[in-house]
Write a protein that binds this ligand. Sequence first.
Ligand code: ZN
Length: 47
Amino acid sequence: MKDIDPETDEETTYECFECGKIIIAETSPDQCPDCSGSMRNRQMPLE
Ligand SMILES: [Zn+2]
């Protein structure tokens, strides 16, 4: 039996601090491709 596999093909959304650009990637980008700003992980759980 195979149910939902959360680890398969997992992509993470990152947002640029500087210009707000959204990037979806499997690995964390070091910097924004548009403005070279810092990227942050948007996959934080909301409470
Ligand atoms: Zn940017």
